[in-house]
Design a protein around this ligand. Sequence first.
Ligand code: PLP
Length: 400
Amino acid sequence: MAFIADRLSRIQPSPTIAVTTKAAELKAAGVDVIGLGAGEPDFDTPDNIKAAAKAAIDAGQTKYTPVAGTVALRKAIVAKFKRENDLEYTIDEITVGCGGKQTLYNALFATLNPGDEVIIPAPYWVSYPDMTLMSEGTPVIVECQEENDFKLTAAELEAAITPKTKWLVLNSPSNPTGAAYSAAELRALADVLLKHDHVWIMSDDMYEHLVYDGFKFTTIAQIEPKLKSRTLTCNGVSKSYAMTGWRLGYAAGPVALIKAINMVQSQTSTHTSSISQAASVEALNGPQDFLAERAEVFKTRRDLVVKAINECEGLTCKKPEGAFYVYPSCKGVIGKKTPDGKVIETDSDFVTYLLEAEGVAAVQGTAFGLAPYFRISYATSTEALTEACKRIKRACAALK
Ligand code: PLP
């Protein structure tokens, strides 16, 4: 329609939200669907965090706050970076937004000129390319290899950098693969970045606390302090603290960049909810023991899913270090026929088959920029996962 701006023709609605919505609609219509599409923990927000929000309402913390976030929250974020990442920031180097998503978008919008390039390793979180396009930048997609555990290598990074590169987006642990970069892997990337001082790094650490088997999380500004002055370290409470609906994310970086992000925010949302900010102070300053307890539950589910998927004919699945996703390959089912005679030609055909034949909702790898794979979110009950894996196995066995 001519009324809609041209810039919207470059982007698409989030495919992961589309799958979740479709699964919910089918469920509402009485279809027996197991949703493995959702990117959110099935756990509830801890009670101490809810209580802090209720107390904030009763104390009248219901007015506008500073655009960058309350001082109490930014102090809690500064303390978090020191405690968990050994990174020193001041409160004017912190910004808080309506979810990590908005903070990342504001950063791209505030910095990209038409034609500026953003290196995005694939498979990627679905929003990076579209946010770049909305900001008139050019996504430069680098396909990472399964044999490298879907991680960007130093050589691939070096080859992707041009004089127009503005940002490298690094997401560890990754959505959609769950892969997390070790300190040595980050070191290798840092060595390349040291040679190209026009390249900034957007480190999306949203799944920091969801790592398993003793994996030690590190972030690039910590690995190479010389990169800190051109790194935006992004994080949030959504995934770790089971607070997706509260809409609160944050980022730390040099003052000039943070000011630019705040300027965008001041003319759009102003800030996220004052109540969510009060709740997040408690999330960051309060007890942290439950993080490890929940990570243990996620680890058990990851193991269950990886084992079960590797038992399915035509599927193989790596065991990733973190997040709550796995990214199995469905190469082995491409070209096979479903019981009603349809040929599976793509990963999209395969996930459609899973949904139609067995009521299992997963997301096609094409949506994340690397095919033929699909993403399973294991942020759902062990019973639902066990049943879903049984159905996937049956669906695969029925292919000829
Ligand atoms: N970054 C990654 C890699 C994600 O997977 C998500 C959510 O799915 C976000 C950022 C944004 O999280 P939120 O906006 O809910 O804080």
